[in-house]
Design a protein around this ligand. Structure first.
Ligand code: NAD
Ligand code: ZN
Length: 365
């Protein structure tokens, strides 16, 4: 088992990473569960049927445990899903000494975390991530839900008490979800670690290669990058914004494709290539787009996804994203691996680029 420590101004907590460690949850969570009244395991239907009973049984031997599961998928990260979660807390008589355990992917982590942040003004919560993507989402304390007008527009910064990352649960993850999570890992490498990026490019040329025994090592590296950034800037007033690389267009793609068709990571992958095109377009970088895109395409990402949608519709979605400040579009661009920067971009430039992509132009080879 590997262990990392995340330090933020509001809380410090351990991240445990290891094969089969869900079976050790009782021991690992001892400091968190000590003196607590009740535990609510919060999961989705898929994860509940795979790992719900095991985790419940392990904890039940020592604590009163309730279980709540919601429909799987991004659509549960909604006001309705949030209400259902809160109702479960009330029905199960959770009090301020209770603990919520988020057992699932980023959707459950974000939703259960937000429920924990707001139920009775905040009760303890623990992340037990089960997707590759959750190497990003389970660390850092961003919790929240979507609104029909935009993604993650409602939420709170609320750190977990601990993260238990059992890599054995990833064996049941569909390839599409491996790809989704891997995109966030690529993102961490692009913004912070050129060496890690080179290593990933050399060693990971297929989805199967993501699943190799090197996984735990690069999972740890990726989480460490995220933890470093969050330590420096918990509430996103500075460097944390770089984690949004690929997300401005990514969120717009998720929205116009109807939340769920495209996974978060697939949208982010297309968003990262778009950002590179944009920075070349603005003459702020000199990316070899063909080279960057061909690696992502080999891994199965559709980096030309924006061209399937109307530029005006994408623009509308971009403008609803919370990264738009005072009417200016703030894009995270990367000059070269490890050198991200925040750039105000004119709406017309983004629209021009989207329009050219739609026509099949702008390849920047
Ligand atoms: N809070 C953050 O910092 C942060 C960072 C990145 C992404 N996110 C959010 O995370 C969400 C995406 O997370 P996700 O990709 O994990 O999606 P998800 O939670 O919807 O999981 C993807 C799918 O895989 C299934 N699944 C989960 N674990 C499984 C397992 N072990 N075996 C088989 N199936 C499994 C789920 O039921 C679901 O159908 C988005 O809403 C995104 O906005 C948050
Ligand atoms: Zn993301």
């Amino acid at each position: 088992m590997e262990q990392l420590h995340v330090e933020t101004p509001s809380r410090s907590y351990p991240v445990y990473i290891g094969e089969g460690i869900r079976h050790q949850a009782v021991r690992l969570l001892e400091p968190v569960l000590k003196g607590k009244s009740r535990v609510l395991i919060f999961s989705d239907a898929n994860v509940a049927s795979l790992y719900g009973d095991e985790v419940k049984a392990a904890l039940e031997a020592f604590h009163p445990v309730s279980f709540f599961s919601i429909e799987a998928g991004e659509s549960s990260k909604s006001l309705e899903g949030y209400e259902k979660g809160l109702t479960a807390c009330m029905e199960e008589h959770l009090d301020r000494q209770s603990v919520i355990i988020a057992l699932g992917g980023g959707v459950i982590g974000d939703l259960a975390g937000f429920v924990a942040a707001t139920y009775m003004r905040g009760i303890a919560f623990v992340q037990m991530p089960t997707t590759l993507l959750a190497q990003d989402s389970s660390v850092g304390g961003k919790t929240g839900i979507n609104h029909p007008l935009g993604k993650n527009l409602i939420g709170a910064f609320y750190q977990p008490e601990a993260v238990i990352y059992d890599t054995e649960t990833l064996v049941s993850l569909p390839d599409k979800e491996w790809r989704s999570g891997f995109a966030e890992m690529i993102k961490h490498a692009y913004i912070k670690d050129p060496e890690f990026l080179a290593w990933l490019k050399e060693n990971v040329q297929s989805v199967d290669a993501m699943k190799k025994d090197t996984l735990r090592r690069f999972l740890k590296r990726s989480i460490a990058i995220k933890a470093d950034i969050v330590k420096e800037d918990e509430k996103e007033s500075g460097v944390r914004a770089f984690l949004n690389f690929g997300h401005t267009l990514g969120h717009a793609l998720e929205k116009v494709s109807g939340y769920g068709d495209m996974t978060h990571g697939e949208a982010v992958a297309a968003g990262m290539i778009f950002s590179m095109k944009l920075s070349n377009y603005l003459q702020l970088s000199d990316w070899n787009i063909k080279e960057e895109a061909s690696w992502l395409e080999k891994l199965g990402y559709d980096v030309e996804a924006p061209s399937a949608f109307s530029p005006a519709e994408l623009m509308e979605a971009i403008k609803n994203d919370k990264k738009v400040q005072a009417g200016e579009l703030a894009f995270v661009l990367v000059e070269s691996p490890g050198r991200p920067f925040l750039q105000k971009v004119r709406e017309s430039d983004v629209l021009d680029l989207l329009t050219e992509m739609k026509k099949g132009g702008v390849k920047y080879d």
